[in-house]
Design a binder for this molecule. Structure first.
Ligand code: GLP
Length: 238
C-alpha cells in the first residue's frame, strides 16, 4: 500500500480530485465505486466544480455505490444513495441507469447477488473511507478477504457514529448491505481516504499492523495497486 500524504486538507482534496479527473479524462467510461461519509465531501465538491468547468464528465461513467443502510425510509437524508446524490450526482449529468445503488425493498439476498454480478470482474477504481475500527464500506472487523456483496450487522460504534449522517441519536440503522472485501479487491485501483486526527490511530494500524480481518482496511495491503491518501493529521502515526 502506497502512502500519499498531503500537508493540508485542501491539498489532500486537490490531489485526489486532480488524479480522479485525469482518470476520467483518460477513460470516460470509467467504472467507479464511490463511498459516502464525510471524508469524500471535499473531493465531491471539487469534482462537481471540475465537471462544471468541463474539465471532466461523468456522462459516460458508471458509478457503483459502495454500501447502504438497511431499514431506513427511501427519503431519509442519511441513506447513502441520498448522500451521494446530494453531494455529487444531483450536481452532475449522470444518467440514472449508470448509477447502481441498492434497492432494499425486496429480497435483500437477491439484490446483493445481482449487485455482485453487476460489478463483475471489478471496478476500474474504488474510493473508500475508513471507520475508526478499520471498517471499509460496511465490512466490519471479522470480514473475510473473499467476502462478497452481502447483508451485514453494524458494529455498535458504527451505529453510534452514523448519527452524524442521520441528524438524530435514536432509530439509527443496525444493519446494511455492502460490497464485500473480495468485491473491492477485484478493483483495478483502490484509493483509501483518511483525514483528520481522529483517523491517525487506525491509519497507523492499517499501514503497520498485521494484515488481518480484524482490521479490514489492512486487507487492502494484499492488493498491488492501493494508495492511502491522507492529510498530515491522519498520517501522524503512519
Ligand atoms: C461509515 C461508512 C463508510 C465510511 C466510514 C467513514 O460507516 N459506511 O463507507 O467510509 O464510515 O466515515 P467518515 O468518512 O464519515 O469518517
Amino acid at each position: 500500500m502506497k502512502l500519499e500524504r498531503a500537508a493540508t486538507l485542501d491539498a489532500w482534496a486537490d490531489l485526489v480530485t486532480g488524479l480522479l479527473v485525469q482518470r476520467l479524462q483518460r477513460t470516460p467510461t470509467l467504472r467507479m465505486c464511490l463511498p459516502t461519509g464525510l471524508t469524500p465531501v471535499p473531493i465531491y465538491d471539487r469534482l462537481s466544480a471540475a465537471v462544471a468547468r468541463r474539465d471532466a464528465s461523468l456522462e459516460h461513467a458508471t458509478i457503483f455505490l459502495l454500501d447502504e443502510f438497511g431499514g431506513v425510509a427511501p427519503s431519509d437524508p442519511g441513506r447513502c444513495d441520498n448522500m451521494l446524490r446530494r453531494g455529487l450526482l444531483d450536481r452532475l449529468a449522470v444518467p440514472p441507469a449508470q448509477f447502481h445503488r441498492f434497492d432494499l425493498t425486496g429480497d435483500v439476498l437477491q439484490e446483493c447477488a445481482a449487485y455482485e454480478a453487476a460489478v463483475g470482474d471489478g471496478c476500474d477504481i474504488t474510493l473508500l473511507g475508513i471507520g475508526s475500527n478499520g471498517h471499509i464500506g460496511m465490512n466490519e472487523p471479522g470480514s473475510s478477504p473473499d467476502s462478497a456483496t452481502r447483508r451485514v450487522s453494524l458494529a455498535a460504534a458504527t451505529v453510534t457514529a452514523s448519527a452524524r449522517y442521520f441528524n438524530r441519536e435514536h432509530d439509527l440503522p443496525t444493519w446494511g448491505v455492502t460490497m464485500g472485501v473480495g468485491t473491492i479487491l477485484r478493483s483495478r485501483e483502490i484509493w483509501l481516504l483518511a483525514t483528520g486526527p481522529g483517523k491517525a490511530a487506525i491509519v497507523g494500524q492499517t499501514l503497520r499492523g498485521a494484515i488481518t480481518p480484524d482490521v479490514p482496511a489492512s486487507l487492502l495491503r494484499s492488493h498491488g495497486n492501493t494508495i492511502l491518501f491522507t492529510d498530515e493529521a491522519a498520517a501522524a502515526l503512519a
